[in-house]
Design a binder for this molecule. Structure first.
Ligand code: BEZ
Length: 307
């Protein structure tokens, strides 16, 4: 007995008529009658009451019908589930540090989803340090962070070096004066840095910028994240050094000023497992560069660590 026999019998049982069943199955009536006869011979039972109009099922035929219909439904489920598994077997988990949300990350994710609708994409906010652990544990496949962590198992691509800018309370004397500031202009201020933990973090890049120039801010105020730093700047608690893409986050109570030194930058780094040759990761990397080209964003010539 084959699946075809079940399909033919179910059509005859539901239509109660060979002609209509043959039409539904898109076959001629004589071969359909032969197949049903063959089925009865194989099973050694009578499934239809002959000479009844409309056609009637025998008791055995009713039993066979209910099981055959269930089997066909299960076959249809199996087909659709297998197709789905085949399509969603591709998944990509992305780790990111919060500040990249103000840069290109949202556009990158939207474009990737549009271009790869069958890839199940998930996003996880985590520090660069946690990204390295998560990559090794297989919890994420790609990480976008800011810290240059060396690890032989991790491949790192510096995507671009993002300029740092100063966030000042609206109306602060420094927001009203020169259009471009130097770090030494800021040393009398309270410097609000983030994230407080885990370290090293973007906070250390900001502190290093002062330290490398033999400068010391009057007071350091460490906070958990960028949004809190900006809120405190708005409240007049101090100033903060933020990645330039934060400038897009317009707030009436915060003004932004450029810094005069082009080496005051924070990198955006894409990390992945060293031996992971997945086409989705490659597609993500190519998409980033394509978006940089489209948006005319200067990027670092492709350099890799850990290959
Ligand atoms: C960017 O702003 O350049 C960026 C942010 C997240 C992922 C990749 C690039």
């Amino acid at each position: 007995m084959e699946l075809r026999h079940l399909r033919y019998f179910v059509a005859v049982a539901e239509e109660r008529n060979f002609t209509r069943a043959a039409q539904r199955l898109n076959i001629a009536q004589p071969p359909l009658s032969r197949q049903i006869q063959q089925l009865e011979e194989t099973l050694g039972v009578q499934l239809l009451e002959r000479n009844s109009r409309p056609l009637k099922l025998t008791e055995t035929g009713k039993f066979f019908y209910s099981h055959a219909a269930q089997l066909l439904a299960q076959t249809a489920d199996l087909e659709s589930m297998t197709r789905r598994v085949g399509n969603i077997e591709r998944s990509l988990s992305v780790g990111f540090v919060g500040s990249t949300l103000y840069g290109m990350l949202p556009k990158i994710i939207r474009r990737f989803r549009d271009q790869n609708p069958t890839v199940e994409l998930s996003l996880h906010e985590m520090s660069t340090m946690d990204q390295i652990r998560a990559l090794k544990d297989g919890r994420i496949d790609v990480g976008f962070g800011r810290i240059r962590l060396e690890d032989t198992n991790i491949r790192r691509v510096i995507l671009r070096e993002e300029q740092m800018i100063v966030a000042l309370p609206e109306g602060h004397p420094l927001s009203l004066g020169k259009s471009v500031l130097a770090l030494r202009d800021l040393v009398q201020e309270t410097l609000i840095i983030f994230p407080k933990a885990p370290r090293p973090s973007y906070a250390d890049q900001v502190l290093a910028a002062f330290h490398d120039r033999a400068l010391k801010p009057r007071r350091i105020y460490e906070v958990r994240e960028l949004q809190i730093a900006l809120g405190l700047v708005a409240a007049g608690e101090g100033i903060s050094i933020v990645p330039s893409s934060v400038n897009g986050l317009k707030r009436d109570d915060v003004s932004y000023k450029e810094l005069d030194d082009p080496t005051l930058v924070s990198p955006i780094i894409m990390s992945m497992r060293a031996l992971d040759e997945s086409r989705d990761i490659q597609a993500m990397l190519e998409l980033v560069y394509r978006l940089y080209d489209e948006e005319k964003i200067p990027y670092t010539p492709h350099t890799e660590r850990g290959r």
